[in-house]
Write a protein that binds this ligand. Sequence first.
Ligand SMILES: Nc1ncnc2c1ncn2[C@@H]1O[C@H](COP(=O)(O)OP(=O)(O)O)[C@@H](O)[C@H]1O
Ligand SMILES: Cc1cn([C@H]2C[C@H](O)[C@@H](COP(=O)(O)OP(=O)(O)O)O2)c(=O)[nH]c1=O
Length: 205
Amino acid sequence: MTRGRFITLEGGEGVGKSTNLQFIKQLLEERGIPFVLTREPGGTGIAEKIRGILLERQEESLTEQAELLLVFAARAQHIQQVILPALQQGQWVVCDRFTDATYAYQGGGRNMNLQTIAWLENTVQGSLRPDLTFVFDAPIEIGMQRAKHRGELDRFETEQLAFFERVRQAYLQRAATDLQRYKIIDASLPLHEVQRQLRSELAGL
Ligand SMILES: Nc1ncnc2c1ncn2[C@@H]1O[C@H](COP(=O)(O)OP(=O)(O)O)[C@@H](O)[C@H]1O
Ligand SMILES: Cc1cn([C@H]2C[C@H](O)[C@@H](COP(=O)(O)OP(=O)(O)O)O2)c(=O)[nH]c1=O
């Protein structure tokens, strides 16, 4: 059996990842392709507990190193329990955020060492990398405006504007290094136009 495809959705807050994950789900159903939809941090019982620690605002501040290691701890669990088994069974895996988010948030946002991130990536993932990554890109204000209705802010959402600007630039810089794998989607466009682009990119797979 051929291995399934691994597709990830990336971008800042409120750019439309969850909305378009549902759209991709519909496309795969139309084609009769077996798939798993999942997300990071999270995707397994243990990884979702780690997500709780990462997103919760608590009195004790989470150190940057603890944050980085927790992101990869959750990922290790997710890869072994969910992603690899699904791909090996020929299912496609569509994941809301993956390691590019670590390069963007911990690397770009928090200025953590990129070589350390790369070491963790190689150690935890071996050769596993997404086949296709959509980077939803929009001015920070647009994403913030759209995400507003969601209620209380999580730990990341309380960061300053400059943090999200660094996240955005880190995503764009990474995408520019491999335009085969990364497809930058202008998320400020109307949803129907965003989805026309997604449909056309996915047809290629
Ligand atoms: N291209 C778009 N144009 C207008 N509104 C959009 C677009 N994409 C998403 N939205 C809306 O923006 C909000 C945030 O989208 P969501 O998918 O939750 O973002 P994310 O998962 O990236 O945080 C939702 O209310 C969604 O309906
Ligand atoms: C996967 C991952 C997520 N994150 C952050 C980005 C998000 O702010 C948060 C996950 O929240 P999520 O619900 O995916 O984001 P959104 O609010 O855009 O729907 O975790 C990292 O900092 N590093 C990572 O490696």
